[in-house]
Design a protein around this ligand. Structure first.
Ligand code: PNS
Length: 167
């Protein structure tokens, strides 16, 4: 009777944070499996390549058989359809996220009505954490170890050193 219910968890993940991992763990309480999908064609200039972002996520989620990490370009809804996903999973931190998320979910629904967008709330300890802030703080020499998995903290240290160090 039961068919596996897979959700796509898309994002830039540049880099993955503990907030993202919190959403992944919560998502696994709701869905049978998750495809974590790194978007390669986002306008923002990325610090890590798509392959690096995939690797950092893989390292952070370990070998959980319910999780696949992949990257995609093109439309999210097409990727979701190709993967046979029933839902797109997104994390919500604060009211400020809602406007953009509402627009995206509505647009995605107009393109592919059979795929639902499901929002999960990150734990409150992650409410203020974003990849952009993590990068900014790390670039300025601040400690982000409480907000990212150890592999990401190390990757940030190396990337920033390659670029001439924190300033
Ligand atoms: O982590 P982000 O940057 O908030 O993720 C945004 C993302 C990647 C989910 C969004 O930009 C996206 O879905 N990009 C894929 C292209 C697409 O389908 N665009 C139309 C969205 S309505």
């Amino acid at each position: 009777m039961s068919k596996e219910r897979i959700a796509i968890y898309p994002g830039s993940f540049d880099p993955v944070t503990l907030g993202h991992l919190d959403i992944i763990h919560r998502g696994l309480e709701v869905f049978d499996g998750l495809v974590i999908a790194v978007a390669t064609n986002v306008a923002k200039k990325a610090m890590f390549t798509a392959d690096e972002r995939v690797e950092l996520i893989q390292e952070a989620v370990g070998g959980d058989p319910r999780v696949v990490v992949d990257h995609f370009d093109g439309l999210l809804v097409e990727y979701a359809r190709d993967r046979g996903a029933v839902a797109v999973l997104r994390g919500l931190r604060a009211v400020s996220d809602f406007d953009f998320e509402f627009q995206m979910a509505s647009m995605n629904r107009s393109l592919l009505p059979e795929v639902q967008t499901v929002f999960l709330m990150a734990g409150e300890e992650h409410f203020y954490v974003s990849s952009s802030l993590v990068k900014e703080v790390a670039q300025l020499g601040g400690d982000v170890a409480h907000h990212v998995p150890p592999g990401v903290a190390e990757a940030l240290r190396i990337r920033i050193a390659e670029r001439g160090g924190a300033r």
